[in-house]
Design a binder for this molecule. Structure first.
Ligand SMILES: CC(C)(COP(=O)(O)OP(=O)(O)OC[C@H]1O[C@@H](n2cnc3c(N)ncnc32)[C@H](O)[C@@H]1OP(=O)(O)O)[C@@H](O)C(=O)NCCC(=O)NCCS
Length: 330
C-alpha cells in the first residue's frame, strides 16, 4: 500500500527544560526509596523541576519561541494554538490563552486539549484538521507540563516518575511528501480511575478535607497502568503504521512516550524495532506527560538522529485512559 499524501508538516521544533535537576539521591531524602530501585524499575536517574513562580504557559512559551524562530514565524502569523496539558496554570481560562498572551500571538484562536500523556498527538491531529479544512495556515502545537505541581510528594510510587518540561512544534500545510502520514487516537473512560486526581474539580471541590487527604493530587494504580500501557501502545503502533501503509522496517526512529524504560521497550519489541532505533531520554527527564514526545523529537533532531526522508513513529498512552500514535515522514 502506498503512503497517503501528508496534509501537514512540522516545520520546526523547540523545547524547554527547567535548569533545576532533581536526582534520585535527593528523592531518597523525601520518601522511602532508593536510586537503585528507581533506576532498575523505571530507567529514571533525574528529572527537571520548574521554579515555583513558573507555570505551564511560561514553559510552553519558551519552547514555542524557539520553534517559531526556527520556522521564521512571527507571533501575529499564527492562526491557531493548541496546547496539550494535564497541568493547567488555572482552571479558567485555558493555558493556551495565557500562552497566546505571553507570545503576543494576537491573531490566533487558542485552546487546550486534555488527553494527558497522549495529548501531543491529539493536539497535532487537531492542528492537522484546522489546516486541512482551510481554517488555518500556521498552527502552533505546544505540550507543556508542570508535573511537580500535581504529584503527591509523599507518595513514593508516583513522585519518582514525573518531571517538568515543554515541547513545541510549528505546523504548516505540507508542500511535498514530508509530513504527517497518519495518526490514530483512542480513549477508554472506563479506565479513568487508574490514573487520576479524584478531587479539586466541580464534582468534588477543593476543601479542607480534600487538602487533608491529598486527593487533589495524582493517584495511580501503577501495575494496572503498566499492563494497559503495554497493550494500548502495541495497538496504537499497529494502527498508525497500517494507516501509513508502512511496516516497522520502514521506520528510522521510534519515539515512544517516556513513562518507564520497560514500557518504552514494549512497542519496540512488539514492532520488532531494535533498541538503537528507539529514542530514549527518560533517564534525564522522567515522565513529562504530554511533553515527552515533542521534547524527544527536538533532541533527536539536534543530535542528528533524523534525516530528510526518514520515517518516524511516535506512540503514547496516558490518563483517561488515552492512547495515540503518529507516523511522520521528515
Ligand atoms: C510504578 C511502577 C514503576 C512500579 O513498578 P513495579 O515493578 O510495578 O512495582 P510494584 O508496583 O509491583 O511494587 C513493588 C514494590 O515496590 C514498592 N515501591 C513502589 N514505589 C517504590 C519506590 N519509589 N521506591 C521503592 N519501592 C517502591 C511497592 O510498594 C512494592 O512494595 P511491596 O512489594 O512491599 O508492596 C510501575 O508499575 C510503572 O511504571 N507503572 C506505570 C506507571 C506509569 O507509566 N504512569 C504514567 C502513565 S502516563
Amino acid at each position: 500500500m502506498k503512503s497517503p499524501k501528508p496534509l501537514v508538516e512540522i516545520v520546526a521544533t523547540g523545547r524547554y527544560l527547567p535548569d533545576r535537576v532533581l536526582t534520585n539521591f535527593e528523592l531518597q531524602k523525601l520518601v522511602d526509596t532508593s536510586d537503585a530501585w528507581i533506576r532498575e524499575r523505571t530507567g529514571i536517574r533525574e528529572r527537571r523541576i520548574a521554579p515555583p513562580d513558573m507555570g505551564a504557559a511560561e514553559m510552553g512559551a519558551r519552547a514555542a519561541r524557539i520553534a517559531m524562530d526556527r520556522a521564521w514565524v512571527h507571533p501575529g502569523e499564527i492562526d491557531v494554538i493548541v496546547v496539550a496539558t494535564a497541568t493547567p496554570d488555572r482552571l479558567l481560562p485555558s493555558t493556551a490563552c495565557d500562552l497566546q498572551a505571553l507570545l503576543g500571538a494576537g491573531n490566533a484562536a487558542a485552546y487546550d486539549v486534555s488527553a494527558a500523556c497522549s495529548g501531543f498527538i491529539y493536539a497535532l491531529q487537531a492542528a492537522e484538521g484546522h489546516i486541512a479544512a482551510g481554517r488555518a495556515e500556521i498552527a502552533l502545537v505546544v505540550a507543556t507540563e508542570k508535573m511537580s505541581g500535581i504529584v503527591d510528594w509523599t507518595d513514593r510510587q508516583t513522585c519518582v516518575l514525573f518531571g517538568d518540561g515543554a515541547g513545541a512544534v510549528v505546523v504548516r500545510k505540507a508542500t511535498e511528501s514530508s509530513g504527517l502520514l497518519s495518526s490514530y487516537i483512542r480513549s477508554d473512560g472506563n479506565l479513568a480511575e487508574l490514573l487520576w486526581r479524584p478531587a479539586g474539580g466541580v464534582r468534588v471541590p477543593m476543601d479542607a478535607a480534600v487538602l487533608d487527604d491529598r486527593s487533589h493530587l495524582v493517584r495511580m494504580a501503577g501495575r494496572e497502568v503498566f499492563k494497559s500501557a503495554v497493550r494500548s501502545m502495541a495497538e496504537a503502533a499497529d494502527q498508525a503504521l497500517m494507516k501509513a501503509g508502512l511496516t516497522s522496517e520502514d521506520i528510522a526512529l521510534l519515539i515512544p512516550h517516556q513513562a518507564n524504560m520497560r514500557i518504552i521497550e514494549a512497542p519496540a519489541k512488539h514492532t520488532s524495532i531494535p533498541l538503537d532505533k528507539v529514542f530514549v531520554n527518560i533517564d534525564r527527564y522522567g515522565n513529562t506527560s504530554s511533553a515527552t514526545i515533542p521534547i524527544a523529537l527536538d533532541e533527536a533532531l539536534e543530535q542528528g538522529r533524523i534525516r530528510r526522508g526518514d520515517r518516524l513513529h511516535a506512540v503514547a498512552f496516558g490518563a483517561g485512559y488515552t492512547w495515540a500514535s503518529a507516523v511522520l515522514r521528515w
